[in-house]
Design a protein around this ligand. Sequence first.
Ligand code: NAD
Length: 517
Amino acid sequence: MLRIVKNRLLQQRVCSLARCISNASAAFTDPLQYTSGKRELPSDIDSTDTTDVLEPATGRLLCRMKNSGVTDVNRSVEIAKQSLDGEWGQMSGTERGKILLRAAQIIRDNCEDISKVEVHDTGKAIWEARADIEGCADAIEYYGGVAPTIAGEHFALPQGSFAYTIREPLGVVGGIGAWNYPFQMAAWKSGPALACGNSMVFKPSQFTPLTAVLLAEVYSEAGLPAGAFNVIQGGASTGSLLSHHPDVAKMTFTGSMATGTKIMEACAQGIKYITLELGGKSPLIIFDDCDMENAIKGTMMANFLTQGQVCSNGTRVYVQRSIYDEFVSRLVERVNNMKIGNPFSEDTHVGATISREQFDIVMKYIKNAKSQGAKFVCGGEQVTPDDPALAKGLFISPAVVTDVTDKMQIAREEVFGPVACIFPFDTQQEVIQRANNSEFGLAGGVFTKDLKRAHHVVQKIQSGNLYVNNYNIYPSQIPFGGYKKSGLGREGGISFIEYYTQQKTVYVEMNDVDCPF
Ligand code: NAD
């Protein structure tokens, strides 16, 4: 299945993954733990605790995953620590960069296979998975390209004395991901960590454990030395063990605000560096001078990718009153044409909701909004596709909602489903105030042909990522991260060097010591 796999160990790994994925009747039990550098897989899993991993679109059992316990987490961190004292720790930025560039090419060469595994794991449409995986190749290539340039500074001081700084890795970085972009989270966290010379222990979401293992295989194939990238598996307790581990120097986390708070508490206890990518309830502001066709497309990009399960989504859509009715009716017409169903069909727009838990959360928000008077002009219903193989999948039709007030729960909280609330507004000042009236600050957007107005509005919006006349685009070279309770730190962009290294300052005296004593 995967051409990346050349040696015996890797062939065994992927065969088992391929078996699990292609054979609908047989799930497999496997630790799914992995360490780079062609090491034997750990056999003494200390936990009898397992998680059933279900395929969202069909409900079938993909695998029964053993959760990593104390011994597994300790061993993975130890292996990662040892790698810093070994070959990995000795490499120059150029050598590290070459490995990442090779990894990027391997991802590109195997994009289709990795994308298919991602679809099995997440339920998202295949064309979206492909775009995600291609984006990961770009990201790892970007980090690989920057790795040789990571350098300290020189400071000339009086009488020939000088100082310089050394950029050193932090050590072992712990990564924890959410389930909506599993391969991307593993890549966006490991790419910068490895470029800076750290090693990593990564835990994907228990709902989507598969493609982080494929990334570990990619890195091994690219020549990443033993132990530099490791995958552990499990839910909250495994994540908690990792974030509390005394030998983990930094945590980088993507997930909910509630879990982010717990990880920050764990990092506070250990005085550890932290990057948090959390939730959002972002505003998208559409002025009456916009190009309406683009604004409608932008609204769909801002709400309906990955079944609406996107942290940066612009779910509070503010439309200027004079174009409100036309905008809503044209948006609804377009949304009604979205095809819901088999995520492997090229023409499917909306795949399956990740889990029963998430489905119930979204449906509860919808029910509550309806009871408070919100009007679902379209969508917000459970849909059963014709295909009997999808009978156990959970599908929700994309919803356009009007008659929502700013105070309703659906207008304030992150739904993490395909629900776009459309609010009318009158003035620029009013909409800026309403847009900022949120505890979140992840993203936002504005559609207008008036460039002065666009820039004025983005300057006033309290969010980390703003779009003018587009939405939800993430090239690797631009930073991504939140204001307010949407997070701390940035992923992407050159500032990753600040987040994954520490500076050592060295003062060098070129004269006699001037001492008053
Ligand atoms: P979650 O917080 O429930 O879980 C995220 C990860 O944390 C999982 O791997 C989980 O196993 C782990 N975890 C749970 N409890 C833990 C604990 N006590 N200690 C350590 N780890 C723990 O989030 P989710 O449901 O997987 O993802 C949805 C959330 O993620 C949404 O709020 C969404 O906005 C956010 N998200 C943010 C971004 C971003 O870049 N800002 C991207 C994607 C998703």
